[in-house]
Design a protein around this ligand. Sequence first.
Ligand code: AMP
Ligand code: GLY
Length: 414
Amino acid sequence: MNIAIIGSGGREHALAWKLQQSELTEKIFVLPGNGGTDNNVALDGSDTEALKAFCNKEDITLIVVGPEVPLANGIVNAFNDLPVLVFGPDKEAAQLEGSKIFSKKFMKKYDVATADFQTFTVKDDPSCLIKEMKGDLVIKFDGLAAGKGVYVCASEDEAFSAIEDIKVKYGENAEYLIESKLTGQELSSIGVTDGLNINCLLPSQDHKAAYDGDKGPNTGGMGAYCPAPLATEELLNIIDETIILPTLNGIEAEGFNYKGVIYFGIMLDDDGPKLLEYNVRFGDPETEVILPALKSDLLELILASFDGTLGETELEFYDEYFVDVVLTSGGYPVSYEKGKSIHGLDELKDTTLCFHAGTKKDANELLTSGGRVLNIVCKDKELKKAVDTCYLEIKKINFEKMNYRTDIAHKAIK
Ligand code: AMP
Ligand code: GLY
């Protein structure tokens, strides 16, 4: 079959790479893709009319959606009456990611373990709650905010300025929630669901902070690894019982049309695992490690979510650790330059994977075109060796002001 992948990051390059390995795949197009993907098409994934015409012309029968925005805009609904499968939740179910308040209400309604919360609009006066919680809380803007709508506060002043920031950025009618602050390590659990069953890929951890030691501003993700050693069988069973199964019950009870990916962002609090958020898509950079670790055919897995066989599908994984270090443009995520020439990729070992993100081809040159530029992925039976190989491989690559975190997976190695 012919497939269209929507998106332009490392996640989409990894999806194209993995889907290309299926015998069922004929041709893959990436919309708009990047300097590492083939068959790029300069088409906006949110423009459903153009997308329909393209699917018709190229005989596309499956669309795999990378980012959340087309899903939140209802791309699944738009193709309802057409013979094209769109892998993802419909517009209503996509609110699990698109609205923090919708998703927290869903979690509470279906008894999913999560932090307590209250909802407000910027016109309300939350001072009593903020004082009662002594400013030690988390504030989340209700809508999609490209990772910038969450404020983890340590004082009352920080809490009030977060609300001011929401008002300035999102207007007088903006809604937000205040929730209790949790502490602990974070774990990403990502699975394919058909709305009744779920098949989880390996548990992974990403690194959101820009600098070593988890310091600095939040980013799209600076690296990831899987399987996360802290995800013991016992812990995964607790996560199943307290988070994943109640979520599936909720999806079924609400009657959501959900054939796609569900991502559970979990905090391993002292008090047990708690769900921080749902994403309704593959995580980035988690995808760049969990797909290489998946031995099974991804396209068969995706198709099983449509044909009712997901419950009988068993997944196989490689018995190795996979580590992804993201190479960024110096200054990311604040401000950075683009258009730098990238060198050294042809010197990487055959066993090293390189998923492009912010790159573009220009004549015979490969240039940087974004903040996150490349994902270098290495594997080994031992996590530490996979990490060491990754950092050795990175030494072969250069572009002006190239930057990266030097401590990916270090917490798991100690
Ligand atoms: P979210 O988009 O809801 O996952 O939040 C983004 C990031 O903010 C998470 O990955 C956590 O690092 C942090 N965060 C979110 N909620 C909480 C919470 N209740 N307690 C502590 N940190 C949080
Ligand atoms: N890695 C976090 C995300 O994709 O949202």
